[in-house]
Design a protein. Structure first.
Length: 202
């Protein structure tokens, strides 16, 4: 199975997936790491791992549709079975998302459907929730809304700041995302009526 990972910055989730795929000897390969920003730190890590990298800079395109069209050509050049959005900070248009229906995952730092969009840790603190967390989901045209693959709850502690909460969530992200990607690679994820079942064995 071939996996393409899209990043926009640090790429810590991408790094966790790359490392886990290596240590757990997945029957899959990360065939490319693609970013919408040439200065994305994660590109250096990927290159150092010998993973092909590419940049499709949104600022080089007049509109979202043309950016997405160019991005799709580059992604499909690697013939992926799975596209993983990992800290990828672009909202993708419906045609692109539908092209990858059932084979595009995203990680969102909240317990969806709570706190969609940006600044999720600030939203959680402002809402005064006692439990926050992270969600891995299939991507659909509706932002932060697709069938949920997995979630992990993270406690909000007295005195938490956006930063302390983000750090606690990030630790769980780095555990959860590789597991969810491995389930996909093992053909264990079945989407039925907008909900995901994880089969014990394929
Ligand atoms: C993380 O909070 C992740 O949940 C969100 O983007 C942030 C940065 O991720 N999707 P990464 O370190 O670039 O993987």
């Amino acid at each position: 199975r071939s996996i393409v990972i899209l990043i926009s910055g640090r790429g810590s989730n991408m790094q966790a997936i790359v490392r886990t795929a290596q240590t757990e000897q997945w029957p899959a390969r990360i065939v490319a790491v693609i970013s919408n920003r040439a200065d994305a730190e994660g590109l250096k890590f990927a290159a150092a791992q010998g993973i092909p990298t590419a940049v499709v800079a949104n600022k080089d395109y007049p509109d979202r549709a043309q950016f997405d069209a160019a991005l799709r050509v580059v992604i499909d050049g690697f013939v992926p079975d799975l596209v993983v959005l990992a800290g990828f900070m672009r909202i993708l248009t419906a045609p692109l998302v539908e092209h990858y229906a059932g084979r595009m995952l995203n990680i969102h730092p909240s317990l969806l459907p709570s706190f969609t969009g940006m600044a999720t840790h600030r939203q959680a603190l402002e809402a005064g929730v006692k439990v926050h967390g992270v969600t891995v989901h299939f991507v659909t045209p509706t932002l932060d809304h697709g069938p949920i693959v997995a979630q992990v709850a993270v406690p909000v502690l007295e005195g938490d700041t956006e930063q302390s909460l983000e750090q606690r969530v990030l630790i769980e992200e780095h555990q959860l995302y590789p597991r969810a990607v491995r389930w996909f690679v093992e053909n264990r994820l079945v989407i039925e009526d907008g909900r995901v079942r994880i089969n014990a064995d394929p």
